[in-house]
Every structure is written in structure tokens, then in C-alpha cells.
Design a protein around this ligand. Structure first.
Ligand code: LLP
Length: 402
């Protein structure tokens, strides 16, 4: 990544997110290439980073979209992703969202419970349309990742067990308003072990074969997302081995592969850059206080996640400190007990691997404006989301003042 953080700070102020679009292209092509032996759709998990320009960039490469709200579906459509490449997932879809999604003619609705299938069926009937259905199977596999981002065990709220799925497919087959189209599993995020993925794809592919035996032929096999990235020193799943393992499980089945990566495509494209405000020492603990905070990037506070940080100055004198933001919570930290150089006012601090689940999880806590987002592509930078203003923040309240 060859980005001049100082120049961007002068031009756009701090804090900001910057995304390297060329990195995103490389990630997309690597994964798409790994599946070249088959028809495949890489449906970008929009929740990872839903900036319109990011989605548009992926759309230009040929990506589809995996969406978990009608808002995300509309973002995908807005930047030109074809409806036939859009999947609508989520454990709790609202009636109005189902209705709208059916009207938009997207590829499939990914259903996560028997009760939801009944809702989709009755709404499709009301609208007199046929809903293309995929069912999310929970294979009861431990993905060996952080418990908050693990989804493939029966103790998690996601998907349905094999037997329920089978009954639901039979219901689809017998319905005038449902069409069994796909099957889906996603066992968790930031996965670094191939074995659990293999096991779950194997379980789900056995179900696909069982269904074929009773004349329920599915066209799409959605292996979910979850491929991990390097934050620290993780050893990653090789994308070719990943694709190979999936292809082996699907041997002999005429089915298009869908994969829903989020973090893998955008995670390491992004850097969050903020500026040192002050240093202080409380007792014998040193604190470096920057202008970015937990409301901008909550992963350390929420998951105790590690993000590599770097102070952009020439000082080589390191000492232990906590890197914190200005928000009034002890949870407002980016890193604890790390060695950083002595800093002075306005030194820049880069927080890496900030392209996924960082801006999208930002809030306005403490009436802090969401920061600017910048894209760099072919050496050129451009603003892709302007910094919010105080007026933006009060816009939905002001008219109600008495
Ligand atoms: N498909 C489904 C059904 C999902 O639930 C997710 C992520 C993805 C695909 C994309 O997963 P990815 O390829 O990005 O791992 N906020 C957390 C991550 C939550 C992931 C939720 N589901 C974090 O900051 O680590």
C-alpha cells in the first residue's frame, strides 16, 4: 500500500478512513480466480463496508451482493449490481422488507426459519409472485473463531438444522409461490481453519444430493463468507485450497457456487488515520490520546480485537502506553500496553486492517461526527464520503424542538 497519509491529512483533515481500491481488486480477482473451474458468483457481504463507492468498485469487477436489510439491497441496486446477483439474508426480515425484495426480483431470499418461510409464502401469494428461496442450514460445526462472530453451531441463532431444512424444501416444492433455488451455510467470520468449512460444506452437499433424489434440484450452493485476513500474524486459509475443498464436495453436482466474502475483500484495504492530541501519564501509566475514538472504530472495545497501529514520526524512543480516544468510557481504546514512540501534538497514527466492520459499525456517540472516507485508486485519491457536520447530526431532531 503506497499511500501518503500526511498528504491526505492535510487535504481532508483527520480522522479519516482511506481504502486502497487496487487492493480490493486484487483480493476479488484472487478469489474469483480460485473458483475458475466452475460457474461462481462472489456476492460481496455489503455489511463489511457499505460505502456506495466501495460497492460500485466491486460491482465493476463483476461482484454480486449479499445483503442483510432492504437498505443494503437498495445500496447494491443503486450502484448497478444486477438483481439476479443479489441475495437477501438475515434472521429477522420484516414483512415490508420481504415484500419489497420480492418486488425487486432479486436472485433469492435466504430464509433462516420455518416461520419465516411461511411469511414469505403468504406475502408471495398476496403479491401473486414466485419467491426464489435459499435456506440457511446450520451444520452445527464449531468454526474456531471469536464467539461473537461464530454462527454455525446450533447454540447460535442462525439457520435451521438439516431435517427442518429438508421439510422446508418440500414445502417450497409443493407451493405455487415458492421455488427452491439455493442452499446456504455460513459458520462464522475471520475463519483461519479450513477443516470446519470443509465439514460444513460436506454436510450441506449431502443434503443437496438427498434433495436431488426426491426431485428437488437446486441451482445455487452458497458457501457463505468468513475467510479471514491478517490483523497480526494469523496464518490464512489458502484461497486455492479453499476453492478446491469446496469443489471436491460438490463433485458431480451441476450447481453454481456462491461465496459471500466481506472482510476478505475489503478488510486490509482500509486504514484509519487519526492525529495525536495529547500525551499524559496517570500514576505510571502513559496514555496517547488521539482524535479518533471507539465511536469511529469499535472492534477493539467490542471484541478486544487486535489492530496493528503505527505512529508516523521518526522518534525511535519507545515506551509502553495505551492508545485511546476522547470518548468518556474506559472502553475507548485502540490498543493497550503497547510500545509506541514518544509523540507530539498533531503526529499521525495509522490503525491498519480497518476496511471491514469499522466505518459500518461507527456511531455518533458523544455527538461526534462520522469521519471522512477516501478512496485511492491508481495513485489518485478522492473523497467517497464527506465528514459529517453538526447540522447533519441534529437534522432529524431540530424540527421537533418545542
Ligand atoms: N454471509 C453471512 C451470512 C454473514 O453473516 C457474514 C458476516 C458474511 C457473509 C460475511 O462474513 P465475512 O466474509 O466478512 O467474514 N462485526 C464483526 C463481523 C461480523 C460478521 C457478521 N456476518 C467483526 O467486526 O469482526
Amino acid at each position: 500500500m503506497n499511500i501518503d497519509f500526511k498528504e491526505l491529512a492535510n487535504k481532508y483533515k483527520t480522522p479519516y478512513y482511506v481504502y486502497d481500491f487496487d487492493h480490493i481488486t486484487g483480493q476479488y480477482e484472487e478469489l474469483k480466480g480460485a473458483f475458475k473451474a466452475r460457474k461462481s458468483i462472489l456476492a460481496y457481504a455489503v455489511k463489511a463496508n457499505s460505502n456506495l463507492s466501495v460497492i460500485k468498485h466491486l460491482a465493476s469487477l463483476g461482484a454480486g451482493a449479499d445483503c442483510v436489510s432492504i437498505g443494503e439491497v437498495k445500496r447494491a441496486l443503486k450502484v448497478g449490481i444486477a438483481p439476479y446477483k443479489i441475495i437477501f439474508s438475515g434472521v429477522g426480515k420484516i414483512d415490508s422488507e420481504i415484500k419489497e425484495a420480492l418486488g425487486l426480483g432479486i436472485l433469492m431470499i435466504n430464509v433462516e426459519s420455518a416461520a419465516e418461510l411461511d411469511r414469505v409464502e403468504s406475502i408471495a401469494k398476496e403479491l401473486d409472485v414466485i419467491a426464489r428461496i435459499s435456506i440457511r442450514v446450520n451444520p452445527n460445526i464449531d468454526p474456531q473463531t471469536h464467539p461473537y462472530i461464530s454462527t454455525g453451531l446450533h447454540e447460535n441463532k442462525f439457520g435451521v438444522d438439516i431435517d427442518t431444512a429438508k421439510r422446508m424444501y418440500i414445502q417450497c416444492k409443493n407451493s405455487d409461490n415458492l421455488e427452491p433455488t439455493g442452499i446456504h451455510c455460513h459458520i462464522g467470520s475471520q475463519l483461519t481453519q479450513l477443516e470446519p468449512i470443509k465439514e460444513s460444506v460436506k454436510i450441506v452437499s449431502d443434503l443437496v444430493r438427498n434433495l436431488a433424489a426426491i426431485k428437488i434440484e437446486l441451482s445455487f450452493f452458497d458457501v457463505g463468507g468468513g475467510l479471514g485476513i491478517v490483523y497480526d500474524d494469523e496464518k490464512l486459509i489458502d484461497t486455492n485450497e479453499y476453492a478446491q475443498a469446496i469443489l471436491e464436495c460438490l463433485f458431480g453436482l451441476d450447481i453454481t457456487i456462491v461465496c459471500e466474502p466481506g472482510r476478505f475483500l475489503v478488510g486490509n484495504s482500509g486504514v484509519f488515520v487519526s492525529k495525536v492530541l495529547y500525551e499524559k501519564v496517570n500514576g505510571n501509566k502513559r496514555f496517547v490520546i488521539v482524535d479518533g475514538a471507539m465511536n469511529d472504530l469499535i472492534r477493539p472495545a467490542l471484541y478486544d480485537a487486535y489492530h496493528k497501529v503505527e505512529v508516523l514520526n521518526d522518534n525511535e524512543e519507545l515506551s509502553d502506553c495505551n492508545l485511546v480516544g476522547p470518548v468518556c468510557e474506559s472502553g475507548d481504546f485502540f490498543a493497550k500496553n503497547i510500545n509506541l514512540p514518544q509523540t507530539k501534538h498533531n503526529d499521525l497514527v495509522a490503525i491498519y486492517s480497518a476496511g471491514a466492520y469499522c466505518f459500518t459499525m461507527a456511531s455518533n456517540y458523544n455527538t461526534r461526527n462520522k469521519v471522512a472516507e477516501i478512496a485511492v485508486e491508481n495513485g489518485q485519491d478522492r473523497l467517497i464520503r464527506r465528514r459529517e457536520t453538526f447540522e447533519d447530526l441534529i437534522a432529524h431532531e431540530e424540527e421537533f424542538l418545542k
